[in-house]
Design a protein. Structure first.
Length: 255
């Protein structure tokens, strides 16, 4: 039976029995795939280290009837430490949700996973998770071939735009005149427009290498989230968990 070798990120693990697990792997070569990992729950086994969630590694597989089957693996990097911080772990899960949906297009999987890995590395470095989430959302739409239109007004094509508006229906920048006829558009400040342009033009870890004020970042986050949800036709709910924590936590000062 022919073996195949691929690099990928473990994004989900399901206990199958006392010794085995079923994994979901974001593979650079095959997109999102299921992998049966025999004996991976045995402590000290070589595969036990390479099959933990948030592990990026090189995996040797062969095709089974219903899934790939793990033959061997080597760890390249591990992001499991993010699980020690509930905020960063929740944001990591959110990034993975967006990237996993994007990986349904296997032709783009390699570039998508590379962007995701840079995002997870930025989380490990304790960069602002809301900024990382926003930048990843915009960059994923770029990789998939439907980035926001930024070169001119998406409706009348004028390049002379003093007050930039963003149309979710037209998927990009529009001028103030055209915005009067658009129901689903919002005025955006120059800081947000510059952030969008920067992310679309940046590569590698540079995608996340910028800063915004808290006020501008909040607006950028709302725009980026709404845009990717519209393009993916899905609402992402992982971050709702953090809102629930904020709404139920009551600070009690020490006496």
């Amino acid at each position: 039976m022919a073996l195949i070798k691929t690099k990928g990120l473990i994004i989900k693990e399901i206990i199958y029995n006392d010794t085995d697990k079923m994994l979901t792997l974001l593979s650079l070569d095959y997109g999102r795939i299921s992998v049966y990992a025999k004996n991976s729950r045995k402590g000290g086994s070589r595969s036990s280290f390479g099959t933990q969630i948030l592990t990026y590694g090189e995996y040797v597989l062969f095709r089974g009837r219903d899934s790939f089957i793990l033959n061997s693996c080597d760890v390249i990097a591990n992001f499991y430490e993010l699980s020690s911080d509930i905020e960063y772990f929740t944001y990591a899960a959110h990034l993975i949700d967006m990237a996993a949906d994007a990986c349904n297009d296997t032709a783009c999987a390699k570039e998508i996973i590379k962007v995701l890995l840079h995002g997870l590395n930025s989380l490990k470095k304790k960069r602002n998770p809301k900024l990382i989430s926003s930048a990843l959302a915009i960059k994923l739409t770029h990789v998939l071939g439907y980035p926001p239109h930024i070169s001119d007004c998406a409706i009348c094509n004028t390049k002379e735009i003093e007050k930039i508006h963003f149309s979710f229906e037209k998927c990009g920048f529009i001028c103030e005149n055209c915005a009067t006829f658009e129901n689903d558009s919002v005025h955006i400040e120059n800081g947000i427009a510059k952030a969008i342009i920067y992310v679309l033009c940046a590569e590698g870890s540079g995608i996340f290498n910028f800063e915004l004020s808290d006020r501008i970042l909040e607006k950028f986050f709302i725009l980026a989230t709404k845009y990717i949800e519209g393009r993916m036709d899905r609402r992402y709910k992982k971050l709702d968990f953090l809102k629930e924590i904020d709404s139920t936590y009551i600070y009690k000062p020490r006496s």
